[in-house]
Design a binder for this molecule. Sequence first.
Ligand SMILES: *Cc1c(COP(=O)(O)O)cnc(C)c1O
Length: 434
Amino acid sequence: MKYYSTNHSIDAVDLRTAVLQGLPKDKGLYMPDDIPLIMPRFFENIQLLSFREIATSVALTLLGEDLPSNVIIDIIDNAITFDTPLIKLDDTHYVLELFHGPTLAFKDVGARFMARLMKHYIKDTDQKLTVLVATSGDTGSAVANGFLGIDGIDVIILYPSGKVSKIQEQQLTTMGENITAIEVDGSFDDCQNLVKTAFVDKALGQKMTLTSANSINIARLIPQTFYYFHAYAQLKRQGNTEPSVISIPSGNAGNLTAALIAKRMGLPVKRFIAACNSNDSLAKYLHTGELVAKPTKHTISNAMDVGNPSNLMRIQDLYSYSVEFLRQDLLSWSFDDDATRATIRDIYKTYNYIMDPHGAVGYLGTKRYEEEIDRDSVHIILETAHPAKFKDTVDAALGITVDIPSRLEQVLHKSKQSLRMPADFEAFKQYLLS
Ligand SMILES: *Cc1c(COP(=O)(O)O)cnc(C)c1O
């Protein structure tokens, strides 16, 4: 399979290039040039398969031309080490919990898979990779953790000093091994500029192989298709065979893009909902057909604070730039923080279930669908983070104290190890060269 750029001004590349390069030179995004259909008989017995077995089948279908089966199986076995259970709220509402990975967010799935695929590509060369990640808090830990302990790859995380939460900082700075955290005296934009400047610096380019491993890497999207098939399997196991409506709390729309690819591969699903917070570019695009990038607004579902969702380029390409065509599969609405807090309370009162602010935005999307479209569908809401990751917000909304899972608790007691640095490229470059 070849991977083309959505800007269509460079030649298509192989998977290896797409993964190691991350971003095409023409500033588009890589997409597979053929989305293969899953064999219909796969769905007949899917309810009997484990998440890992489902992931393996889907990966073999997508990547079977590019990688030997044993390599694919090995990557899946090492990347998919946790479950994505489907929790029943009532007969028509289910929650797909995607937070059972090491950093308690769905990004663990993509990050772990990408790290192992990169490792495969460099293991027989004498290439050493250095992954640079700028983070505003949440995504950095999943990416870095995905690479933890992987030979031949060093990860350097840059985060703005004093601008990430205590839990996030502990997650970023206590991994050790091949992960180094740099605490930058500056903003997230400063961190991102340091990374961007490093990528185009000639001296650095000669001395080391830098890669970004960021959310737009195709290697992070591919594994995110797996859990949509797993959700269907679990729904079927519970006796529901009708295609469901799946609500996806969306920011940069990577999770959504993976969902649309899964549908193209044959996943039975009625429709998707892209549930957005006050950053409503995606919702506006679906309603008006026009894409207007906006400055990012800060919200309590901050992992979705994206004013200009980059994966929309992929979605537009997948739907031949027709918003009418896209609307057949996708609806989108935006919800503010007050509605999100009220919904965290409603879900707790109605179902005794504690939802994080991102999942709550997803649930709002489901409610709106029921009010405006139809009332007799079966719904799946994606829960993208564990509520304890957003403890202050959830505790305040519910007036209770959310339990911290032990794997997060452990991180809180480790000692912070970070390198403090000014937001100055020369200092950063000297560090990289040393
Ligand atoms: C990243 C993230 C999202 C948004 O996912 P996209 O793929 O960027 O749309 C939602 N919830 C949580 C908890 C996240 O970390």
